[in-house]
Design a protein around this ligand. Structure first.
Ligand code: ADP
Ligand code: MG
Length: 278
């Protein structure tokens, strides 16, 4: 049994954007350091809202709710804690749209990951230290984009831009990376590259990953653990190797199982130890 404290802990998380309509309904979740967790669920099931509550971009609605990051309170009872700024640095988030500044170079975009740590005067002057530049270049090297560092972000492919967004998250120095459908707008080859990169961060640097994905095949190949949402309820939390047709039909409806067929003999791919992290 893994006795270490979870790096992410959600207790009794409910969210209502409108009275009585639950985007999330009493979600309880613990994630250990170094885990790679896929978040599954149909559109509107609450994936983005959950990811946003984990980094303090969204607050829960109920008094009993709580999000702890490394055992420190990020939000409790629907209010962000005073430590939120400090805790936000521990958590980076990337999105389907990479949110790079197109007219800026890749290096400048990646350096932006260092901004939350910078004192105001340097922020105003836009000055980065030698060390910050070195870290940004290293991050670009890690994601295989060093040759493009001077190029404008808008001139790169979607997959390259998403990898640059990962590099920016690396420079932020976070322990946790939340990825909200990071491959949804990418072609298959770029998807594999981005997923491989994310997994490398997880395996080699112990980065804790929570990724919302739609492709069941990707989930089974890359993520040992699955958390599934349906209408804001957490309906499954377990190994991806045990994802079965019944659950997928429950999540996505009868048409969703096509991606499951014909692949079951390839499983499981991950060693069980990976489920509890490094
Ligand atoms: P998913 O990412 O799984 O598609 P979301 O977390 O985006 O789901 O949305 C869950 C539910 O909450 C949906 O019904 C959505 O319409 C609603 N919702 C999400 N964000 C807002 C918002 N800012 N205002 C009102 N309703 C929202
Ligand atoms: Mg979403």
């Amino acid at each position: 049994m893994n006795t270490s404290k979870p790096i992410i802990s959600v207790r009794a998380g409910s969210k209502c954007f409108q009275p009585g309509i639950y985007a999330l309904n009493n979600v309880n979740l613990e994630i250990a350091r170094g885990e790679c967790v896929a978040l599954l669920g149909a559109s509107g099931s609450g994936k983005s809202t959950l990811l946003r509550t984990l980094c303090g971009l969204e607050t829960f609605s109920n008094r009993e709710s709580e999000v702890l990051i490394q055992s420190k309170i990020l939000q409790r009872g629907g209010r962000l804690s005073r430590q939120v700024r400090e805790l936000r640095h521990l958590t980076a988030i990337i999105f389907q749209q990479f949110n790079l500044v197109g007219r800026k170079s890749l290096l400048d975009n990646v350096l932006a990951g260092a901004l939350p740590r910078m004192p105001l005067w340097r922020l105003v002057l836009g000055r980065f230290t030698h060390l910050e530049r070195k870290q940004a270049l290293q991050a670009l090297e890690t994601v295989g984009l060093i040759d493009y560092h001077a190029q404008r972000a808008s001139t790169l492919s979607g997959g390259q831009q998403q990898r640059a967004a990962i590099a920016r998250a690396l420079v932020q120095g976070s322990d946790i990376l939340l990825a909200d459908e990071p491959v949804a707008s990418l072609d298959p080859e770029s998807t594999e590259r981005v997923m491989t990169q994310l997994l490398r961060m997880n395996r080699e640097y112990g980065l804790t990953l929570v990724i919302s994905l739609h492709d069941i095949d990707l989930v089974r190949r890359y993520c040992p653990r699955v958390v599934a949402l349906k209408n804001g309820h957490l309906v499954y939390d377990g190994p991806s190797s045990q994802l079965n047709e019944g659950l997928l039909v429950n999540l996505y409806g009868p048409q969703a199982t096509a991606s499951l067929h014909g692949r079951s003999e390839e499983l499981p791919i991950f060693p069980q130890t990976a489920i509890h992290g490094v």
